[in-house]
Each structure stands twice: as C-alpha cells, then as structure tokens.
Design a binder for this molecule. Sequence first.
Ligand code: AMP
Ligand code: TRP
Length: 364
Amino acid sequence: MDKFFYFNIKIYYTRSDGVYISKKLINVNERKVFMEEKKKTLTGLQPTGVIHLGNYIGAIKQMVEYQDKYDSYIFVADLHSITVPQDKDTLSKKCRDLIALYLACGIDPNKNTIFIQSENLYHANLAWMLECNTYFGELSRMHQFKEKSKKNENFTVGLLTYPVLMAADILLYDTDYVPVGIDQKQHVEIARDIAIRFNNKFGQTFTVPEPIIKESGTKITDLVDPTKKMSKSSDNPKGVITLLDDLDVARKKIMGATTDSETVVRFDPENKPGISNLINIYVSLTGKTIKETEEEFEGCNYGTFKTKVADVVVELLKNIQEKYNQIVSSSELDKILDEGRNKTTEIAKAKFEKVKEKMGFKRN
Ligand code: AMP
Ligand code: TRP
C-alpha cells in the first residue's frame, strides 16, 4: 500500500518559444523537489577591447537574466585571443579585469561557473583530437577566417583552427545552448557538425549544442554619430561610454550627444536617431516604456532630458565601478577562479578520457 503514495512528478520548464530549459523531479509524498536539472549554457569572452554601454545593454544584461534559468558557464577565451598577437605583459591583467567587470555587472558566481580557458589544459588537448576529425575545407570556408586572413597574408594556423578550439570549449561540458552574436553562429554550427561526426564515427560521446542567437537586444548607437552602432573600434571616444569611464567624462558625453533641432522627446529612430538612442538608453536602464518616457519628458527641453539620462547612466557606472574596484584585486576573485578551474578541470578530464578511449588511446 505504501508504494502507492511514493511517486514522482516531472515538471518541464520551457521558454516561450518552446525551447526546453530544465526539468524538476518532485517527490509528491515528501512534498519536496529532490532533483533539478537545468540545461547548460556556455559562453566565451575574449579579453580584448573595452566594454561599453552598448555591450552592457545589448549583451551583459541578458546574461544576467540567463543565469537564473540555466546552468551557466562563462570563461575568458584567452587562448582564442592569441590567434592575433597579444601583449604578454598585460594579457593576464586583461583577463582578470574582464571577469571583475562581469561580476560587477551582476554575473553571480554562485549561479555561474567562471574560469579562464588557459588554466584548464583540456581545452587545447581536446582541440587537437577534434582537429584530426575536421577538414581543412570546412575551416577555410568560415566567414571569419576568410575575412581576417584577407587582411594579412602572414596569418597563423591558429586563425584557421580557431573554430575547433571553440568546438572543444563547447563539447567538453555537454553544453546544450551557446548564446552568441550572429557573427559566431557559423562557429557553433561547425561545433555541431564536429560533434555529430564524432558520435557517428566513435559512438555517442558529445551533446550536440544549439546556438541561441542573442535577440537583437536594443542596439545602442554612437553618441556623436547616432547612425552608427556604439563600438569599441570607434575612432571618436566621445561617442562611446565605457563602463570604466570617469563619471564626469561619461556625463559630458551624454550632455554632448548629437540630437536634432525639433526639441521634442519623441522616439523616431529614422528621423531622430540621437534622441531615440538616448530614449533607448533611458528605457533600458530604468525599465520604463518608451511611451512612459515620452510622457515624462513632454514639454521638456533636450538639456533637461539629457541631464536625466546622464543621471541614470552615471548611477549605473558608479555602482559598477564601486563593485569592480572592490573585487578586481581581491582574494575573493582568486577564489572564484580557483573554484572554476577545479570544477571545470574535473568535468573536462572525464570527457577527455572518454574521447581518448573511444579513439583508441589506451594501454593494452
Ligand atoms: P563586441 O563588442 O562586438 O564583441 O560585442 C559583444 C556583445 O555586445 C555582442 O553580443 C553584441 O551583440 C553586443 N553589442 C556590441 N555593441 C553593441 C551595441 N552598440 N548595442 C547593443 N549591443 C551591442
Ligand atoms: N569566438 C568567440 C568570440 O570571439 C569566443 C568564444 C570562444 C566562444 N569559445 C567560445 C563563445 C565558446 C561561445 C562558446 O566572441
């Protein structure tokens, strides 16, 4: 009779577009959740360039939202960065700064596994195994390779094999979803092809990942030329607010942003790109709607509107910079990175051993 009462209910969580997120097993008799299985996401960030307000609004805010839904892995792709020459004296500082900045932006180390790629030796090891299961033709057809190799005839082989290292990053952890910008979609597709080919040839080994192409979150445009995207490669620093900008400098950049001669705070990206960009920034940082913002500033001049936008941007930067300064030189950051390295090394070792065995590397 007892048996009758001991049963489990599975609850499946899916996103609004039907993508499966996680499964919970609930023991009804004890009324408790005893197992929760979240889908895994993994993202690599290159330690190059500054991080600006566009990156924060268009990408980092979304990562902060994902961390509750998924079992998230975030790492600094420092091995990827050396496909083009890097300054050896500043590389490690750039990695540390990048992680500190992400933590300051709200990436929670309790909800994410955070690590530095080069500290986990299995990434480069698996990449070699996968390289020997990937064809030259496939790699030489990658858009990014074609574009970057065109710029300089004397490029390294690393530029060609870069997507295989990326496949190793993804496949080591049985990643379900890889959130990337559209420019990286082809690299996730080749990781899928490599996984499928390997599974067919050697037996089930890797989870086949899917890209999650980041919805074109709000595009933030350059403050000086609002017809262009805000970008780290912009040649006018006045158009770009970086997350570590001095607060007064950031305020001045907003106050000096290009607008138009109409003096009406109205969202109209085509005819009023400057004001629409400032509305986008305000909306993204306050959670208000465009309509609420237009109503809030009805009858106001642009100076008043810009002052309010500058206030919210400066407040954001102040919070981020305070946290960043607390964490960047702290032993807490080392602890997070040590834990990330240890955890991922253990998972990666198990996968790598499996690959070795499947490919015939064993002692007789
Ligand atoms: P990047 O700086 O080009 O390496 O881009 C890193 C991430 O930030 C990608 O997910 C981009 O889509 C996002 N991003 C870059 N620039 C902007 C921008 N101006 N507005 C919104 N999102 C951006
Ligand atoms: N190639 C990616 C970029 O340039 C960074 C990256 C490396 C990555 N490995 C990854 C992204 C694995 C997602 C998953 O942005």
